[in-house]
Design a protein around this ligand. Sequence first.
Ligand code: PLP
Length: 395
Amino acid sequence: MAHINSNYLNIKESYLFSEVAKRANAYKAEHPEADVIRLGIGDVTRPLCPTVIDALHEGVDAMAATETFKGYGPEQGYDFIKESLKAYYAEKGVDLDKDEIFISDGAKSDLGNILDIFSKDNLVLVPDPVYPVYVDTNTMDGREIAYLEANEANGFLPMPNYDIKADLIYLCSPNNPTGAVYNREQLAEWVKYANDNNSVIFFDAAYECFVSDPSLPRSIYEIEGAKTCAIEFCSFSKTAGFTGTRCGYTVVPFDLIRDDCVVNKFWLRRQTTKFNGVSYITQKGAAAVFTEEGKKQIAENIDYYKQNAKTITETLDRLGIWYCGGKHSPYIWFKCPDNMGSWEFFDALLEKANVVGTPGEGFGENGKGYFRLTSFSTHENTIEAMKRFEKAFSK
Ligand code: PLP
């Protein structure tokens, strides 16, 4: 008899986005005239930039001729994109070997897949609230999870506690859902903790492109000592609008050694066994992000979202509502007015302003009483939504 992985029985059902959709659709059915604006989604809306589109077309054309056709490529990615990424890291002052970089079909896959090369008896440390994938992937493997309390008192940036001896630590900066960003000193404390305890940090940098203050780190490798304790996950999804096109990258430094094994070699072995690489066409498109023209064009899109974030934070400032994020992140995380619960505020915002957001408790216990808005809508909708928000919740 075949047995299933019974750990799957322990995964919490994710009601968050289905419940959001259910409540929003029910409201719309009852009030067909209502112009409901959605500021809850974590997906981009701006199209791929022209330079990327041209490169994708070139990739397609290459597939049409015998001389340029590509079959299976290197599982860890083509050299042309790894060299572009090496140069991108060099701009941040980080020197990588191209074989420390692995091209993936997105950060989500590798964040889950990396667990293949780590033992199931590792103690995992996960911030609360956070991107739910970290908890669910470890629950699937049956690992024990301890939570890092993120709250208003620590600015939703929890710091190491030496009483907890964690083996695998997830850090997400800029954070989803809170938009909070670790500074250099804070990350240095995490790097020290991880090196002291022989832990490994999984650093999720999916939103690094939103960091515009040069004093804030965009990669954990900007911190001395990180190469001996951290794996970094990043993505073209939010940087260049690849949520539907799919491309990301994972950095596993040669200096990261655990149980006398070079982790990079384990990851290479895992990838060459279970992954056949990202399509040549997609990698051509992604590499174009790092051309001068590509960089300019993606910056315009990121700026577009940042202006929306400013519209949202300025409204919260005027209303005197506590928030974090929105400056170096597409997410704005705020305390629900009048001490409302997350879902209570969801309903109030929908009824009074016809605006849909995401209740904070969907991201963990510490999200109770908080709410997430995103800047991924249009200028027009964001301005209109925040006008209505201000009218509905001003004292
Ligand atoms: N990491 C974080 C924190 C995210 O919020 C997301 C997507 O929303 C991802 C990773 C997934 O990125 P990708 O589209 O590259 O799989």
